[in-house]
Each structure stands twice: as C-alpha cells, then as structure tokens.
Design a binder for this molecule. Structure first.
Ligand SMILES: [Zn+2]
Length: 238
C-alpha cells in the first residue's frame, strides 16, 4: 500500500512511494515524508520509517532539496544539508529523494558499492544535477558503463504547462525536454542527459498530477500538500 512501483537491480531495491498507508492526516494524508510542509514531525518520522522498510532498511538519509546541482556523499541517516543529489557506498542505508511532480532518479553502480538519488525540477534539469550526481559517482570510482538509472514517476508533459519564456530557455539549453510551445517533459530532459553520459534509464510510468495515488504540488492548487518520493538502498546480499 505504501509502494507505488519498484525495481530491483542486483542487491539494490528502488521504490517509488505512494501517498497511501502512512500516518499523516488532513492535507498530508497519508504517507508524507517531508518535514518542511507543516505536517506533524512524529507522523513524518513514522512515514520515513515505513519508507525504509519498503527497501529493507531502518536507516534512511533524507534529501533536503534546494533546486540546485549540489551533490552530497553521505554515510549516515538523517536529514541532509541542502542539495539535490545524495550518494552513498554504505549498505543498509536508504537514500530518499522527495518529490511531488518533480523528477526523481535512482542511480546504481552494478559493479561497485555506490548508489544515488537525484531530484530535478526544471531548475535541476537546466543545472544538469543528474550529470553532477553521475560525476560524483565516477569520482568515487564508478564507471558510467556500469551505472543503471531508474526514473520515478513525475508530472507528464501534457500536465506541465509553463511560460513560453521558460520553454524558449529549454530550447537552447535542453531541447529534449521541450514538448511544445508551452509544455515541458522534464523526465525526457533527465533521460537525455543520462543518455549523453551513456547511461540508459528505466522509467516508472504514472503522472503525479493525474494519479491520485501520488502527491502532486500542482494538483494541490496552492493548498498545503505532502511529498512522496523515491527511495533506494543496497542491502546485504543473501
Ligand atoms: Zn499528466
């Protein structure tokens, strides 16, 4: 019930959270994993614990997204400093990226210990945060040819209307994300950037705006809402 979709790559499990089966009430009903939206901190902590269980861990590091290209290499649980990519080489440590419409990505080194999660809204696509995360993994010893990517559910191009000015900016800086004169496909932008690194992506289908099983910032229409996300962990091989 907590899980919207999942993938397994070797000893790494990747789960997209649904909005169901959590402790939160009201606007945040019910599996909100964001502590900054006005929800009860104890409920959020319980929800993060539930998210960890989905990937088989009790320790979870939670991203504090800032629409940046900042990458953190971490080795312990808790709320991270501002940044939009988390990398770890630790087993049994979950990495959680929060999102309600933005693109989330899990990166898995299939030949080494590193895993990562990334959060990218339009600013993150323009700043190539996913490439920054790949570079961080490579600096840690990974080879791009061994990295696999899984892209979480996000808002689809039909539902993601933006200004003509922003679309024009994307035409110059990441044209693969341009859907038409007023719509962006952020997932396509991220997939194209990964493809330029010669990394292939698997995509979880589902539009956050259209699917009520997922949190959506836009669907909330200015009211408070929760955040779902993508969690990834490498557990002990059995
Ligand atoms: Zn849609």
């Amino acid at each position: 019930m907590n899980e919207f979709d999942h993938r397994v790559i070797g000893d790494v499990r990747i789960v997209a959270l649904s909005r169901h089966g959590g402790a939160s009430r009201g606007y945040f009903e019910s599996l909100n994993v964001a502590s900054y939206v006005g929800d009860d901190p104890q409920d959020v902590a319980r929800n993060i614990e539930s998210a960890g269980k989905l990937v088989g861990v009790s320790d979870v590091a939670v991203m504090n997204a800032a629409h940046s290209a900042i990458v953190h290499v971490i080795d312990g649980p808790g709320l991270c400093q501002d940044g939009d990519a988390l990398i770890t080489t630790q087993r049994n440590l979950g990495l959680l990226a929060l999102s309600a419409d933005c693109v989330t990505v899990a990166l898995v080194d299939t030949a080494g210990p590193a895993i990562a999660v990334v959060h990218a809204g339009w600013r993150g696509v323009l700043s190539h945060v996913v490439v920054a995360a790949v570079n961080g993994m490579v600096e840690g010893g990974a080879q791009t040819s061994n990295i696999k990517a899984v892209v979480g559910p996000s808002i689809c191009a039909n539902c993601y209307e933006v200004s003509a000015e922003l679309v024009n900016q994307f035409r110059f800086e990441c044209e693969q994300a341009v859907h038409d004169d007023r719509h962006l496909n952020l997932a396509n932008g991220v997939i194209a950037q990964l493809s330029e690194c010669e990394i292939s992506s698997e995509v979880m289908t589902g539009c956050t705006f259209e699917n009520d099983d997922l949190f959506s910032y836009r669907r909330a229409g200015g009211l408070p809402t929760g955040r779902g996300g993508l969690i990834v962990a490498r557990t002990e091989s059995s």
